[in-house]
Design a protein around this ligand. Structure first.
Ligand SMILES: *Cc1c(COP(=O)(O)O)cnc(C)c1O
Length: 386
């Protein structure tokens, strides 16, 4: 049997895959089993921050592979300690917990918020306000945090303690905070899976005002928006606010599974030994790769990301068949006149691989995609939208 047949027979039936078998890649380009070339505009859903088989990342990972691949969290290892230092220095946060995925990073943040509120205000203050159309993960608790009914239906009862406020509706948010015994507000600066919807600046201000007024934690889910994606190292820098807990994953590992929850002064001592943990968390190989990503997220590099973003927005804005562009940095959503699925299928045929988010065509290319590749991709998207 070939790969597609094996997959259909032996892989659990959770994914609707495209009829495409990717066999190798270099930078922002990848190739299928017929040797056809594609410009990768999804980077494995924002994971391959520096594209496929990036030399710096490969070297960092390979070097660590020859030292140790894993030990338990009973012992010290250098890569995760050094990665935590870089992340804290670049973010201004104080401490990091390492997990292996976005969902786990969020689980860590949710547990921390509950514990913080229980000690600070009392055990009944466990409710976390999240936003309608948010996405926080697939575990039973992060599903509960996810403000989309479609994800909930099959798996009730979900973890209690989440209420959903309408994104960018300050009144609704205030209402939800006022009417519940809350521990925290949790949000994405740009809702990714929810359709590349950025939060308004004044809505974000209201989140932080309410947090102060009602003594709540702010939890920024930067699983997708973090690690340079929005044109700043973390999304909160774009908005000029300082969350109490920041979670991230996706692009951090550059292709290997790693997630992280970062804590500020207020939350850094919530966890005590034994309260939380992970067998694989802080894995030396994943951490070594992540260091090579974080080290390259310099101001100059962020400027390049912003320039590329502006180029794409200018080139697509007002083009035939394109209604609007949303998002920031290299996390962009294109609202098309044609059905987004149809546009994506056409792009694939023409040699580009964008993603979908709700009714939009979503772009999450590698952060180091070249201008030449961007120009080619823009032409393909324009043709597909016509
Ligand atoms: C992808 C994503 C998650 C879930 O990450 P996993 O690694 O799939 O568990 C959580 N939050 C946001 C904002 C995401 O984009």
């Amino acid at each position: 049997m070939n790969t597609k047949q094996l997959d259909k027979k032996y892989i659990a039936n959770t994914y609707g895959r495209f009829d495409l078998h990717i066999v190798e890649g270099k930078g922002s380009l990848c190739y299928d089993d017929n040797g056809k070339e594609y410009i990768d505009l999804g980077s494995g859903i924002g994971v391959n921050a520096f594209g496929y088989s990036d030399k710096v990342w490969v070297d960092a990972v390979e070097e660590q592979l020859h030292k140790i691949q894993h030990t338990s969290n009973l012992y010290y290892t250098s890569p995760c300690a050094r990665l935590a230092e870089i992340m804290c220095k670049k973010s201004g946060m104080q401490k990091v917990f390492f997990a292996n995925s976005g969902a786990e990073a969020n689980e860590c943040a949710i547990k921390a918020a509950r514990e913080w509120a229980a000690v600070e205000k009392g055990e009944e203050y466990y409710t976390i306000v999240t936003l309608v159309n948010s996405f926080h993960g697939r575990t039973v608790t992060t599903l509960a945090a996810t403000g989309q009914d479609v994800f909930h239906e099959k798996f009730n009862p979900l973890t209690p303690g989440f209420v959903y406020a309408v994104a960018n509706d300050k009144e609704d948010l205030r209402e939800k905070v006022k009417n519940n015994k809350c521990a925290a507000i949790m949000f994405e600066f740009v809702q990714g899976e929810g359709g590349v919807v950025p939060l308004d600046k004044d809505f974000v201000e209201e989140i932080f005002n309410l947090a102060k007024e009602y003594n709540l934690l702010t939890i920024a889910d930067e699983v997708q928006t973090g690690n340079g994606r929005l044109g700043d190292i973390y999304g909160y820098m774009k908005y000029g606010v300082n969350p109490d807990i920041v979670t991230t994953a996706k692009g951090l590992g550059g292709g290997l599974p790693i997630g992280a929850a970062m804590f500020n002064q207020k939350t850094m001592d919530v966890y005590k030994p034994g309260m939380h943990g992970s067998t694989f968390g802080g894995n030396p190989i994943a951490a070594a790769g992540a260091i090579s990503i974080m080290e390259r997220l310099t101001d100059d590099f962020m400027n390049e990301v912003n320039e590329k973003s502006q180029y794409i927005i200018n080139a697509l804005n007002g083009a035939k068949g394109i209604k609007s562009i949303s998002g920031m940095g290299l996390m962009l959503g294109i609202e098309t006149e044609k059905d987004a699925g149809e546009v994506i299928a056409k792009c694939m045929e023409l040699g580009a691989l964008p993603l979908k988010a709700k009714n939009k065509v979503r772009l999450l290319p590698p952060l180091n995609i070249s201008m030449e590749e961007i120009k080619k991709a823009v032409e393909i998207i324009k043709t597909a939208c016509m």
